[in-house]
Structure formats: C-alpha cells, structure tokens
Design a protein around this ligand. Sequence first.
Ligand SMILES: Cc1cc2nc3c(=O)[nH]c(=O)nc-3n(C[C@H](O)[C@H](O)[C@H](O)COP(=O)(O)OP(=O)(O)OC[C@H]3O[C@@H](n4cnc5c(N)ncnc54)[C@H](O)[C@@H]3O)c2cc1C
Length: 476
Amino acid sequence: MKNITIVGGGLVGSLLAIFLAKRGHKVNVFERRADPRTTNVYAGRSINLVVSHRGWTALKAAGVNEVVERIVVPVYARMMHDRDGLLTRVPYSIENRAIHSVSRGELNKVLLSEAEKMPNVHLHFHEQCVDVDLDNARCTFKNDITGATASIKADLVFGADGAPSAVRQAMARGRFNFSQEYIEHDYKEVAFPSNADGTPKMDPQCLHIWPRRYYMMMGLANQDGGFTGTLFMPHTASAVIPEAGRSKIAGPGHPESHQGPGPAVYPGFDTVRTEAEVTAFFQTHFADAMSIVPDLVEQYLRNPQSNLAIIRCGPWTHKDKVALIGDAAHAIVPFYGEGMNAGYEDCKVLNDLLNEHGDDNWTTVLDAYGKQRKPNGDAIADLSMRNFVEMRDLVADPRFILRKKIEGRLQAKHPDQWLPLYSQVKFTDTPYVDALREGQRHDRIMEQVLAMPGVEEKWESEEVERKALELLGGSR
Ligand SMILES: Cc1cc2nc3c(=O)[nH]c(=O)nc-3n(C[C@H](O)[C@H](O)[C@H](O)COP(=O)(O)OP(=O)(O)OC[C@H]3O[C@@H](n4cnc5c(N)ncnc54)[C@H](O)[C@@H]3O)c2cc1C
C-alpha cells in the first residue's frame, strides 16, 4: 500500500481521499485554508452546485451517496424569466429526472468528515503547498499560521488543488502543455432571501434563468428556502453592431464599432459601478429579480466580482509519482454545472483503473488515467462554453424551444435512438467526448428538421419524426 499526499482538501480532494483510503492506502490531505467545519471559509462565496448523474455515480462508488443525499434539493426543470417577468418552465428530462442543488460548503464538510472517519486518512489544514519535487513525490508546505515550512515525502502526490494548482505549476517547469483562456464574462453572487416564514419565493425545484443575451442571471435553491443567484456580465462594456448579429461583439474603440448606423453599447462590470448605474442596470434587465431580492443593488456593490477561465493542460501525470485531478487538470466555465462532476468522475475512473490493474501498478494506472480523462476534460470544456450560449441566448429563442419540443418527442418515442445532448451529459455516464460528438450530429440533423416548411405547426407530425430519424440513420 502506498503513502499518498493529496494537495487540496476541496470537493475533489476530499472524495479522492475516501476512494484511496478505502483501498487501504495511507492518505495525507494538505489544505491551504482553515478547516471549513470549524471556520466559515466559504463566507461570501456561498455558491451552490449541481450534482448530476456522474457525480452520483462516483459518490455511490465511494459509498458516501447517502450522506450527500441528505443535503441536496432536487431540481427538475429550467424556469426562464423573460424581461416582462413571464415564466416558462422547461423540464430537464422527459422522465422527470432531477439534478441536485447542494451547498458547496456543506458538501465539502460532509466529505471531509467522511474521510476523517477512516484511520488511514489525516487532514492537515493551513498547509499551503509551495513546491513539489516531482521525481521524488516530495511536497513543501508552508503553514500559514506559524510560517513554518515542512518537506513531506510520499510515494505518490495528487494535485487536487484547483484552478491555481501549485502541483500543476511544478509540472509546468518540464515538458508540459498549458493554456488559460479568460472568457468575456465575470460573475458575482447574490443571495435571494426566502419569505419571512422560510418558504421559497420561487419554485425551488427549478433552476431559474434570466437569459439576456449579453447578461445572464441564474438562481439555484438552497435548503433554507433561499436561492443563490449568480449574475454573469461582461468584464468590460461592449459596443454591438446591430447588423452584425448576436455573435459580433466589438469592444469600445474597435474599428467595427464605427461602421453602420452606430453600435449599441452594452454595459459591463467596468461601467456598472455606482448605485445609480447598478439600479438602472437591474431595472432595465432584471426588473422582476429586484422585487424578489430587495437589496439586490447593495449586494452587487458589496459582493466580490470573480473571473472565469478555461484551463487545459497535459500530460496530467508525471511517471508513477504525480497526477492532477479535478480543476487542477481541467478548470472549465460553470455553465453545464459539470466541473465538480467531472472531477468526481476522474476519481471514479481512477478507482476503476486500480480495480483493473491493481494497486501496485501505478505506472500503468496513471498512464491510462491521463489518456482516458484528458480528452474528456477538453470535451467538457467545449460543452460548457456551448451551454453558455444556449443558456444566455437560446433558451429565450422560440426556435430553440421548438427544437427542445421535437427532441423531447423523439426521445419519448424512440428512447433507444435519440437521447438529447443535455441528457447525455447530465443523466448518463457517456464519456463527454462521445456526448459532444453526438451533440454536434444532433445539431446538423435538427438544423435540417427546423428548416422544413411549416415545422412550427407540424412539429408533432409523423413527417417531422420520419425526417429526423432518416437523417439520424443516414449520418452514422
Ligand atoms: C460560479 C460557479 C458555479 C459552479 N457550479 C458548478 C455546478 O453546478 N456543478 C459542478 O459540478 N461544478 C460547478 N462548478 C465547478 C466546481 O466549483 C469546480 O469544478 C470544483 O470546485 C472543483 O473542485 P476541486 O476540488 O478540483 O477544486 P477546488 O474546489 O478549487 O478545491 C481546491 C482546494 O485546494 C486548495 N488549495 C489550492 N491551492 C492549494 C495549495 N497550494 N496548497 C494546498 N491547498 C491548496 C483550495 O483551498 C481548495 O480547498 C462551479 C464553479 C463556479 C465558479
């Protein structure tokens, strides 16, 4: 059995510790922050997350699904809020399946407690990894209370230290590919209160979405009747050429913005700063949310603004000594709600590979792990950006809603042939790479189906169904 260091005791590091300890390995988890069970390290960053099928698959495999089930809220549908406050409910699955909302902090606490129950797991808080000697699986930690440094030798090191990963930085000193891409949008979180009697002000079994093309707000239920809202808005204001369509966004000063009848300017976080600007912004774009969250403007002014980046890197492993897992290997944008689920799937796949090859064959196991997971990390990064466009623009588009209805009908009648992309990602263990490929094929098919004359009226007809199935059969 191996002596294993896990750097990072967040969502993925804590689950990985459970998996490895159950196999009999000696596991030491070193976490930079304080113990979230005794200090509110999540204060001001209370975001909740969606656990989906592949997250549950991993939690079950680790034997901790039941403790997590106690702290989740089921979410069955998207609820779109239009500018006039009108609501449209679109179920996630025709079988009424749910994804589950959970508080990030509560989930982390539960998993740390489960890990700590095992005698071969030791948790160390306030320990920041500052360097890694990859060949010798030796990490240097700096204690942020005492300032003391310690050098810890192990047989194997896992970097579960999230997007800014120190383990990855050490790997990047060698032959290592790395890219980091900031997206145009940043985000801020706002708390939606419950009613005075603790009941929710919106349907808690829906993910609430305010799609506004250049902005988007989401609300996800908490167990206490409140919601965590997330506002996504461009980092900087944009000038948009009306004729250029939705995809052409030119920044201020961009030559394109001087063509045509003149660009429309859409504010960004950089231009929505004063109380008057924030109030005007919400009144224009999210008026109904203002009535649900009376202190929306104050929260916006008070709460931190965070950016979003996609990190791709490789290889994820160094010999039989070091491996990256979770966001350290594949930080993605949050629009599919799959970052943590993908990290949990990493843990499950690693565990499966250990079952297959044994616990003394780490060279083979880590090699297979990296080869299998890296393409899937890249695919979920692409899928997540794709879902951003869908949530921001398309959910408010009648063509998109028509497509969802046709796909729902196809799925109901031919479940063995047509499983929509969203269902593949959220309700199956289909590798992300395969789901992405299948989703692209569905796009091509539905483009032709939606081009059928009169499809709006006859979408429930045999003719539309036949056309879709013919195209499906012909495009394999
Ligand atoms: C707004 C938003 C919404 C999201 N929604 C969802 C969702 O609905 N569903 C979903 O699946 N995912 C979601 N995600 C993604 C999810 O948060 C991440 O994928 C997940 O947190 C990754 O877990 P992790 O353990 O790999 O990294 P992290 O959660 O970042 O944990 C890393 C841990 O390592 C510690 N650490 C960092 N550096 C060091 C160091 N040098 N030494 C020691 N410790 C260190 C950190 O303190 C932290 O505890 C969302 C993300 C955002 C930003």
